[in-house]
Design a protein around this ligand. Structure first.
Ligand code: SAM
Length: 294
């Protein structure tokens, strides 16, 4: 959804941007091109494996440290990063939530349901517990809650009974356990549950909702008057949070305007990239003055 994001963020030469989810750097590159001359972009990502590669790619296409800086950190810490970077508010902020295709396609990261690998799922493998540890040490009730709240899994209770406490070391072992427990369902329904369980565990392992809620609360103090924010979500748990925060910001006056309707990818984009099918883009514009609560 590159064009849709550019339409919403309207990057201009000389502006200061933050990409909260640098990933491969595709969006960052498009923004950087439009911020020149004299513009700047800070890219954040929690992933210590992919981020140095992305930083190098952007350097190699000509963006030096005066235009582009990368910070390996959780986007929940955005206000601290801005303070370190001179205390300026951003003219535009982008967050493209979830995991990147490099992370999914690398079996060693443990996100893939197709290729076997350690059941890890951490964006930052140096921090927190892996999905294998989470499953092994979470009780049935808490695991059912995770499956329900993070992915609206309709078979959460029975899956939690099987999975909680299980010693499940690899991604395909987990896929096998889920399929076996849901053998009575048609294959398409069963595979949807496999996807939802992976999504729910990934969100729990990376505390994604905590990070998103923290970012949404911090955004008004991070955006310059008249600045724009765009957030791309991939499931209802994320979209609900963004919608609620932007609506509350409109009511309090910290945002002058916000998306009434979600922006969706074009049919052409969905044909070329099936992951984009569930993408929803929401945006808001910071009001010019300091609003109460802002
Ligand atoms: C969907 S990808 C972004 C792709 C990127 N827009 C591009 O054009 O290549 C999401 C990225 O955000 C990172 N990420 C997710 N949650 C994060 C968080 N709370 N803090 C920092 N990075 C995060 C992931 O590690 C991943 O690299």
């Amino acid at each position: 959804m590159v064009q849709e994001i550019l339409d919403v963020l309207r990057p201009m030469p000389g502006e200061f941007a933050v990409d909260c989810t640098l990933g491969y750097g595709g969006h960052a590159r498009e923004l950087l091109q439009r911020l020149q001359p004299n513009g700047r972009l800070i890219g954040l990502d929690a992933d210590p494996i992919e981020m140095p590669r992305t930083e190098k790619r952007l350097r190699d296409v000509g963006f030096g440290p005066e235009a582009f800086l990368a910070h390996r950190c959780n986007f929940a810490g955005l206000p601290k990063i801005l303070a370190v970077e001179g205390g300026h508010r951003a003219d535009l902020i982008l967050a493209d939530l979830g995991v990147s295709s490099m992370q999914i396609d690398n079996p060693a990261r443990g996100f893939s349901l197709k290729f076997d690998g350690p059941l890890d799922m951490r964006m930052n493998p140096n921090k927190g517990q892996s999905a294998a540890t989470l499953i092994q040490h979470t009780d049935v009730r808490s695991l059912a809650e995770i499956l329900c709240e993070n992915a609206d899994e309709p078979h959460a209770d029975r899956l939690a009974l099987v999975l909680a406490g299980a010693s499940c070391r690899t991604t395909l072992e987990l896929v096998g356990l889920i399929r076996k427990d849901l053998l009575h369902l048609p294959e398409t329904e069963r595979e949807l549950s496999v996807r939802r369980v992976f999504q729910a565990l990934r969100i729990a392992v990376n505390e994604e909702f905590v990070a998103l809620d923290t970012l949404l609360r911090a955004l008004p103090e991070c955006i310059a008057p008249g600045g724009r924010v765009a957030i791309l979500t991939f499931h209802s748990g994320e979209d609900r949070r963004v919608k609620k925060a932007f609506k509350a910001g409109l009511i309090s006056g910290v945002y002058a305007s916000a998306a009434e309707d979600i922006v969706r990818p074009s049919a052409e984009e969905i044909r070329g990239n099936s992951r984009s099918k569930s993408a929803k883009l929401r945006w808001a514009v910071r009001s010019m003055g300091e609003a109460i609560g802002g």
